[in-house]
Each structure stands twice: as C-alpha cells, then as structure tokens.
Design a protein around this ligand. Structure first.
Ligand SMILES: Cc1ncc(COP(=O)(O)O)c(C=O)c1O
Length: 372
C-alpha cells in the first residue's frame, strides 16, 4: 500500500469545481492585484481569528517579517522565540534587524516554555514570538502575563495553526485573537493551503496593522508616494480566490485530522517506543502535523519509506545550532528539550482524506518495526 505524507490531489478532487469557479471570477475580471478577493479573505481571516484587522501578504514568512518591521527594531534589540520551529520564525527576526534570543520548549507540547521566557528577558527585549507548533497553541495566557509585566508585544507565529483555539479563563480564544499581531501561512501543505505561496497578518494593534498595510506596498498607500521603504508583499488575488473557496471546508478538514489523530493515538497506545502527541487539555489541536516521538527514529523512517509510507522530520536541527546563527554564540546543549526533540520526532500522514485502511496500514508497519 502507498500512504503519502500528504495527498493534495485527494483534496483537490473533492473541491475542484468550486475552486475553479472562484479562480475564473478573477480571470474573467482580469483584476489580479489586491481587489475584492483579497479584501474578502482579509475579512474572513480576521473573523476566524477574532482579530481586528487582516492584511494579506505574499507568504507566511512575510506575515512574520512585516509585523516585526513595524516594531522598528534596532541593532542589538532582542526578540525571544524558540529554537524548535521552522526556520522562518528566527530568520525573520534576523531580517527585521534584531537578534533572535532562544528559549527552550516544553517537552510534551513542543511549545515555548513560559518559565524559560521570563528568565530570558533583558532590557533589550523588544518582542516575544511564540510558535503554535504543529497546530496547537502555546500557553498564551502565561506568555501574555510575562509580556504584560514587561510591556512587550507578542507576535504569534500561527503559520501551522489556522483555526486552532485554546481555553483561557473558561473561554475559547483563537490563534491570532490575543497577540498584537499574528502571521498565518497558506503554503500549499498547510491546513488551509493556496496554489502557491501566500500568507496573512491578523492584528489587534492598530499601529502595527497600519504599518503592515503600508509596508506590503513599498511603504506608501498612495501610489508613487512613499512614507517609508517597504517591499512588494501583496497577497495574490488568484491565491485569495482559491483560499476563499477552500475556507468553508476548513472546520470539516480540521475535524477529520482530529479524528485521524485520535485513531492513531489509540492504535499506538501501549507501544513503549512511541510517544503519541500530547495535547494540552486547554487546547483544541488542528493537527497541521501529527508528530510522534520515537526510539530509533531514522531506522523507523527508513522502514516506513521502504513500505510505502511517507513521513517527515520537523525539524532535524534546532535553530540555535544552524550555521547561519553561529554568530549568536549558542553551544550544543543550550536547549536540551529542543535538541532531544530533533532526534526523536517523526510526522505521520494525517491529511483529511486519509482512509481508515491507510491508517491501519501505517500502524501495522510501526508495530511491525518494533516487533510488536
Ligand atoms: C512555524 C512556521 N513559521 C513560518 C512559516 C513560513 O511560512 P511560508 O512558508 O508561507 O513563508 C512556516 C511555514 O512553512 C512555519 O511552519
């Protein structure tokens, strides 16, 4: 049997006509830059996140970079984040002109450890960037409490967490609802994926929203007049059309991912070599990835590959150990929880259209590998 990590064609078959109809509206109008589809998607994403503003941008990376640029960071300014994440989280801090400062993650959720955050704050700290990794939110209420004590903005990296939510003081709070600004990614493999690169900033801080809106059009809202130097980072109208057609399906897709996750976790329970994902009881996980922590990870991955099962390692090298960040001066062992995770994590197929038979096959292959 063949079970790919992701099967975008399976999803496409179910929605092809709806998406093409939306795309053809843009094609027939021949209006490809910003315009109504982008405005509509901005409104929908702000509504979904219960945030005040939505600003479509060219990628998830820019959805982090532009809010950081809006903070006017100076050399030596520090932004605190985690080393166990996709590169863009820290790459954008560097590219916005600040110094990435890392703090370790919690072993169970892989998200920022709020106690470590408090200890890392210095007089040069300018912002905090937690990541809602794999689709479950970081402990926002604890992170916001630290941020509030120090008067720091929180920029959420919610690239993997569109529609994720967390109970705070008895009420559901969406990814993007509590931070000053939040970056989402519509990279094709994300829970809500475009037909290419695209991203969205949602913001509650009006000053950041206004700056991001300007920065994405070369720093000038009036054509040919520039208040500051920005860039071209507009969300493509064709991508907005695709995403508008897909968005109504997102709740059902996330529910399907959760059902698959529950089935895996039950079927793999009791296998000593495999730790299934831990969801913080306050969280509703959207399983952008279903990541197990396993003994003999690389051998298991090779075994699954040779039996037709696609997997991926998110992430094999923590960011503080990347050659490009050697200048930050972190040594191996600086973040033991993150480093341990890089040696053990393996993402299994969890896309919504995955069949029960495919899942059972993946589980059989894992159990077979461990001689169970
Ligand atoms: C945690 C995280 N941050 C940022 C990004 C950047 O998004 P994009 O690939 O759309 O630029 C991604 C997506 O790959 C991500 O997973």
């Amino acid at each position: 049997m063949n079970v790919p990590l992701l099967d975008l064609k399976a999803q496409h078959r179910t929605i092809r006509d709806e998406v093409l109809a939306k795309v053809m509206e843009v094609v027939d109008a021949q209006l490809f830059i910003l315009g109504q589809p982008v405005l509509d998607l901005e409104t929908r994403m702000a509504e979904l996140s219960r945030a005040r503003f939505g600003i479509g941008v060219a990628s998830g990376t820019d959805a982090l970079l532009l809010p950081l640029k809006a903070l006017d960071l100076k050399p030596g300014d520090e932004v605190i984040t985690v080393p166990f994440t996709f590169f863009a989280t820290a790459g954008t801090i560097h590219n916005a002109g600040a110094r990435p400062v890392f703090v370790d993650i919690e072993a169970d959720t892989y998200n920022m450890d709020p106690a470590a955050l408090e200890a890392a704050i210095t007089p040069r700290t300018r912002a905090i960037m937690p990541v809602h990794l794999f689709g479950q939110m970081a402990a926002m209420e604890r992170i916001l409490a630290v941020a509030g004590r120090h008067g720091l903005p929180v920029i959420e990296d919610a690239a993997q967490a569109i529609g994720a939510r967390r109970r705070v003081d008895g009420a559901w709070r969406m990814a993007g609802e509590l931070g000053a600004a939040t970056g989402f990614s519509f990279f094709p493999s994300k829970n809500l994926g475009g037909w290419g690169d695209s991203g969205m900033v949602v913001a509650n801080d009006e000053a950041i929203a206004t700056r991001v809106r300007r920065l994405r059009v070369h720093g000038g809202l009036q054509t040919y007049f520039h208040d500051e130097v920005g860039t071209n980072s507009r969300l493509d109208a064709l991508q907005a059309a695709v995403l508008l057609a897909k968005l109504p399906h997102l709740p059902a897709w996330s529910a399907a991912r959760r059902a698959h996750a529950a089935r895996y976790s039950e079927a793999l329970a009791g296998l000593g070599a495999v730790r299934t994902p831990v969801t913080d009881p306050a969280n509703e996980h959207i399983y952008n990835q279903y990541v197990v922590s396993v003994d003999r990870r690389d051998a298991l991955q090779a075994h699954l590959k040779s039996n037709g099962v696609g997997t991926a390692i998110y992430y094999p090298l923590a960011l503080h150990l990347q050659p490009c960040f050697a200048y930050l001066g972190y040594a191996k062992g600086a973040f033991p929880v993150s480093e341990a995770a890089t040696a053990r994590v393996l993402a299994l197929p969890v896309y919504p259209e995955l069949s029960e038979a495919q899942q059972a096959y993946v589980v059989d292959q894992i159990r077979g590998f461990y001689g169970d």
